[in-house]
Design a protein around this ligand. Sequence first.
Ligand code: ADP
Ligand code: BMX
Ligand code: ZN
Length: 291
Amino acid sequence: MTLAIDIGGTKIAAATVIDGVCHDRRQLPMPASEPEFLATLAALAQGRPAPALAAVAVTGYTDGERVRGVNRNTIAFWNDYPLVPRLRALLRCPVLALNDAQAAAWGEYGLRQAECSNLLYLTLSTGVGGGLVLDGELRRGAQGLAGHLGHMAVDVAPTDGPMVCGCGRRGCLETVASGTALARQATGRFGRVLGSAELFDRVAQGVPEAQDILWRAARAVASAVASAHAQLDLQQVVLGGSVGLAAGMRALVEAALAELPPLYRLPVDVARLGADAGLVGVAAWAVRQPL
Ligand code: ADP
Ligand code: BMX
Ligand code: ZN
């Protein structure tokens, strides 16, 4: 029995995963401070059967012990944070950690092995994350950074002009197409604080300014996907995260890819595991690792 935990910029989800199925899934907001974070994790773990293993999908890149933010604005205390030792002490069981999008890529690949062996998972969420399965293997890279497509510079600027990303680069995909970026642009365009879900509502109502923001985001995603494809020769793109799963987003990304030369028109699907892709994926990955 594996306790799976998915730590994002906005929320933490936890579930007991048995044979690839989530049981007792619970979700709480991601707190801003470390003490609250540990208390939230304790609450999510409470009342479950003692796990043999905890598998943690985490925003940021990890060497398996510590976690670091690429975007330094996402979580204030995520700078070389000893996540795994802290969780080991809290949960009193072995703990394995993996980047959240890498975890979700592995989860989606598990359902698609018969169809493809080169898959890109993109989460459009608080940030924009990416996970790569190439030749049937999950790629983590030298320090766990592999697949961070959110920090590729794209040739589409947000409606409020090219922005410096929290990673320090200018023009990253994440500054155009993350939930945070959509909310920022919607707030600027409509003159009052709006979230990404409210932007989607306005798109559904046919408001042109809202449609413009989302279309730019889709074109930016397509631009990054095409660049990744040229480099890696992919077969399938899978979209996840609350923005990636939101109504109409997949179709917009496919429409933006259709503007590009045929070579770049990869099939785009939404995560079959939905919001559980990270939980199921990290559990499946962890049980195969030597402890
Ligand atoms: P995390 O980044 O913690 O994994 P999510 O995948 O839920 O969490 O992504 C959070 C982002 O998605 C936030 O910017 C939030 O405003 C946005 N969001 C949440 N729900 C929706 C929705 N239904 N439609 C569009 N955007 C959403
Ligand atoms: C950021 C980066 C990635 C992560 C992606 C999606 C940080 C803290 N995170 O690009 O590691 O995969 O966001 O994460 O730099 P989420 O928080 O949106 O789920
Ligand atoms: Zn960046």
